[in-house]
Design a binder for this molecule. Structure first.
Ligand code: SAM
Ligand code: SF4
Ligand code: F3S
Length: 428
């Protein structure tokens, strides 16, 4: 019998990447083989994002293109999961050829539906597959903040933390299957545990995960500046496996805009947080997110953001032009920064950041960095430093899943290139 085939299309943030990887793994354990042509698939999954209008347009475009596929193969099972899914009844009216709409992260619901639909019994499961070297582990779903531009909290619901025991068991299992690095995920990862009995925090969870044998590195993202506690900073500073890299979105460098975004901190508080982080964690790398062209953002207010980026010098800046999203508080404000002006501000931030990142990375040339090798890309080995810099090197040996030292020879704004120095023996 020919194997069953699945098609997976996924966009959005790391949370979606994590959910898609889980869905793919479960399907493969059930014997499915992935295909890139939707018309060949027995099961199709679209994992969707609507963070900006452009993402939603992509989802709707892709969904429209699958109508013909479903017409030719009505027996194929088409499921749509993720932040696009709001009111399933309305969506069913708009897209009657979709078999099932699932809330974000409802991978279990998806797999259950596939089993029922394909009449696959529980006994169909293969032995566990090897895990990638670096894996995402969602630890908290949803978000309790009220950022006025944000649709994520509306689509993903209130904060729900997974119990520590469940997370530990999952990390142990992933390590047994070959994972060496875990990235703990949450929209607001540093508020982990507030909704659990006894209120265990992220620092406590990091301490629990840290002793797991065979696990070499721990990361987490995304952190909210107002929730980053001294305990968490201390945990990153003192636990050797926790990497010195934080993703901590500032969104704007202007107090009035921050207030209208309801971010819950001022520029001065953010600056002070960065100072404390840099003092406690030498060599820490910092990533941030910025929105330009929020309703009412003046040139001067934009320049406050620009100057803050110049001052702090982040390693990475994800910049986006404001996009009004249905149901959000900001969508009731007039979207008065013209598109060309948003584009201009976006470009200014991109150019500034390219320069800053090039300068920071140039400082690594000639130095040796520790790299966990994740695999091969275009004939070269690649992996990341503890500070999350992407590193490429060429070598005839097999370094998959190994920790190595690489001497940096060339640095660009987005990646480094170097040569292998030696393997690192990691103490368990
Ligand atoms: N919880 C995280 C946080 O607080 O930053 C991530 C939220 S969202 C998945 C990722 C980024 O998308 C945000 O940091 C923000 O910069 C951007 N974003 C969210 N809503 C947006 C909007 N309406 N327009 C433009 N960018 C937006
Ligand atoms: Fe959205 Fe703000 Fe929550 Fe991030 S912290 S998911 S931007 S509401
Ligand atoms: Fe997109 Fe939802 Fe993530 S809107 S960015 S997939 S939380």
């Amino acid at each position: 019998m020919a194997p069953l085939k699945y098609y997976l299309w996924s966009i959005g943030c790391q949370m979606n990447d994590a959910d898609s990887a889980r869905a793919a793994e479960a399907l493969e354990q059930m014997g499915f083989v992935r295909v890139s042509a939707p018309q060949e698939a027995d099961v199709l999954l679209l994992n969707t994002c609507v963070v900006r209008q452009s993402a939603e347009d992509k989802v709707r475009g892709h969904l429209a293109s699958l109508k013909a596929v479903k017409r030719r193969r009505p027996d194929a099972f088409l499921a749509v999961m993720g932040c696009f899914v709001d009111d399933a009844r309305t969506l069913h009216e708009q897209y009657p050829y979709v078999d099932l709409f699932l809330r974000p992260s409802d991978v279990e619901g998806f797999i259950r539906a596939v089993r029922e639909r394909m009449a696959l019994g529980e006994g169909w499961v293969r032995p566990p597959l090897p895990a990638p070297v670096s894996v995402y582990v969602p630890i908290v779903y949803g978000c309790d903040h009220f950022c006025t531009y944000c649709i994520v909290r509306l689509r993903r619901g209130k904060q729900r933390s997974r119990p520590p025991e469940e997370i530990i068991a999952e990390v142990e299992e992933l390590v047994r299957r070959g994972a060496r690095e875990v990235t703990l995920l949450g929209q607001n990862v540093d508020s982990y545990g507030r909704d659990l009995p006894g209120k265990p925090d992220l620092a406590y969870l990091l301490e629990l995960i840290h002793p797991i044998k065979g696990l070499w590195r721990i990361r987490f993202l995304t952190s909210h500046p107002a929730d980053m506690s001294p305990r968490i900073i201390e945990a990153v500073a003192s636990l050797p496996k926790v990497c010195e890299h934080l993703e901590i979105p500032v969104q704007s460098g202007d107090d009035i805009i921050l207030k209208r975004m309801v971010r819950g901190y001022t520029v001065a508080q953010y600056r002070e947080l960065v100072r404390r982080i840099r003092e406690a964690i030498p060599g820490v790398s910092l990533a941030t997110d910025v929105i330009v062209g929020f309703p009412g953002e003046t040139e001067e207010q934009f320049m406050n953001t620009y100057r803050l980026l110049e001052e702090i010098r982040f390693d990475v800046v994800h910049v986006a032009a404001y996009s009004p999203r249905p149901g959000t508080a900001a969508s009731r404000l007039r979207d008065d920064v013209p598109p060309e002006e948003k584009k201009r501000r976006l470009k200014l931030v991109e150019e500034l950041q390219e320069k800053i990142a090039s300068e920071i990375n140039a400082g690594l040339v000639g130095k040796e960095v520790e790299v966990l090798v994740e695999g091969r890309r275009k004939g070269r080995w690649f992996g990341r430093t503890r500070t999350n810099k992407l590193v490429f090197f060429e070598d005839p040996g097999n370094w998959d899943g190994q920790m190595v030292m690489v001497k940096v020879e060339e640095a660009g704004p987005w990646s480094l290139r170097g040569s292998l120095v030696r393997k690192v023996e990691v103490e368990e």
